[in-house]
Design a protein around this ligand. Structure first.
Ligand SMILES: [Zn+2]
Length: 272
């Protein structure tokens, strides 16, 4: 069965081999060091529209990366993720052939891309290293902690948040975070990490959903989704919310949940 276990097993094997050859795996993880184990003969920059492409050639693969990645203001985080993602695509090839061929029964389309994303985030944020880092830091329960862990692994906040959400390695009964983009005056959810306490209070924060309608149940009746700080007592929690601006277009909604005070009023908003 070619599923999550298959790809995570492949990544685990890459780690084992690296540890044998070089002694240790440490953050930030450079995906280039796994290229040869994946059969990648060369990594080349090309002027092209996709960010990265994997091509099977005689005896292995070539990875082409978009030449924007060699510009001085290149997006290094995206380049690292793109390369890790293309390395994951090699897992789905039969390399016993002279020119590797797609493996029989390997998934296609969205499912394949999803598995390659999963593998890429495991390559850049190896679960054993993530666990160690979180133990060292204690609780991860603030946007600031997320930013520090993302910097430690040299990954985007989006990649880290997805990884934390999937691995459930954060304080999900006390904390949730939602990454929000503003495009053309519309605020949409990009990604989130959360547990059941958030879902007791509002809908699942789906990618692409309109932020202002999604957040309404978390805002007190006297408040406004545009506020930057507020508190709201619901039946299940006292919610403390803060928006942490990352750029003109992006902010993190940092949510804290504590037990609701008995007989608490239904929230108060602090206008920004
Ligand atoms: Zn892909």
């Amino acid at each position: 069965m070619i599923d999550e276990t298959f790809v995570l097993g492949k990544v685990g094997a890459l780690f084992l081999r690296l540890v044998k050859e070089r002694g240790a795996l440490a953050a930030p993880v450079d995906p280039v060091q796994f290229a040869s184990s994946c059969g990648v003969l060369n990594i080349e920059y090309r002027r092209m529209i996709p960010e990265a492409v994997l091509t099977a050639v005689e005896d292995g693969f070539i990875v082409y990366l978009q030449d924007n990645f060699i510009l001085p203001n290149r997006n290094k985080l995206r380049e690292r993720f793109s390369l890790a993602h293309e390395l994951a695509h090699t897992f789905f090839y039969d390399r016993s052939q002279e020119v590797p061929k797609p493996m029989k029964g390997s998934p296609r389309g969205e499912k394949l891309e999803r598995l390659c994303h999963l593998a890429a985030s495991e390559i850049l944020i190896p679960s054993p290293l993530l666990k160690k880092e979180l133990e060292k830091r204690g609780k991860v329960e603030s946007a600031e902690a997320l930013l520090a862990v993302a910097a430690h692994f040299d990954v985007s906040l989006e990649v880290l948040m997805r990884k934390l959400h999937e691995s459930r390695l954060f304080q999900e009964e006390e904390f949730a975070a939602v990454l929000v983009d503003s495009v053309a005056g519309k605020q949409t959810i990009r990604t989130a990490c959360y547990g059941s306490i958030l879902l007791c209070n509002t809908a699942r924060p789906k990618r692409g959903a309109d932020f202002n309608s999604w957040v309404l149940p978390l805002v007190p009746p006297t408040g406004d989704p545009g506020d930057t700080v507020w508190k709201h007592a619901t039946k299940t929690a006292l919610i403390s919310a803060r928006k942490i601006r990352r750029s003109n277009r992006t902010f993190i909604l940092d949510l804290h949940f504590s037990p609701p005070p008995p007989g608490a009023p239904m929230g108060s908003a602090e206008k920004s």
